[in-house]
Design a protein around this ligand. Structure first.
Ligand SMILES: [Zn+2]
Length: 165
């Protein structure tokens, strides 16, 4: 078994050292062969913290061989949808897509994280409330290929709206 600490960069090892499980450090705890359920519980708890629990959550998820985004989407779907939108705005599209794919796979709306209850919504991954309001091109979905992604095709200046009144 490889040492967890050996795979961490300097700052990550320092950050991980701040966490403990009872009297044990996290690497000690995980090396002691804990009950998988306990580790999942710890991961779910720490994911609710700012920054998704940082290196602690990543170490737990890697020990469990689980995808953090999938665990986050299944336990905190609304927050996961919100985070996906933030990632998208920051240009972190692969992360946004991973979160949204996890939400849709779990039958949650990729935009708001609420449960998808009808087959049409489940198929497009967007709930009926969000569908008319969102820009479908901003969400990874099956219809995206048919939509123009060229910004020049949107919001043209000098439209009638500008001259109204
Ligand atoms: Zn929605």
């Amino acid at each position: 078994m490889t040492s967890i600490s050996a795979n961490l960069k300097g700052t990550e090892a320092t950050e991980l050292a701040r966490w403990h499980h009872g009297e044990q450090s996290i690497p000690e705890w995980l090396a002691s062969g804990p009950d998988r359920e306990r580790v999942v519980e710890a991961l779910v708890r720490v994911l609710d913290r700012p920054g998704l629990g940082g290196v602690f959550a990543r170490v737990l998820a890697s020990w469990l061989e689980l995808d953090i985004d999938q665990v986050y989407a299944s336990h905190y779907p609304r927050k996961a949808a919100w985070l996906a939108r933030e990632c998208r705005e920051r240009g972190e599209n692969p992360h946004a897509e991973n979160l949204q794919a996890a939400l849709v796979a779990l039958m949650f709306c990729a935009n708001c994280g609420r449960p998808l209850t009808d087959p049409l919504s489940a198929d497009r991954g967007i709930g009926p409330d969000c569908w008319p309001r969102i820009d479908p091109a901003a969400i990874e979905c099956r219809s995206s290929q048919q939509l123009s992604l060229d910004p020049r095709d949107r919001a043209r200046p000098g439209s009638q709206a500008a001259r109204a009144r």
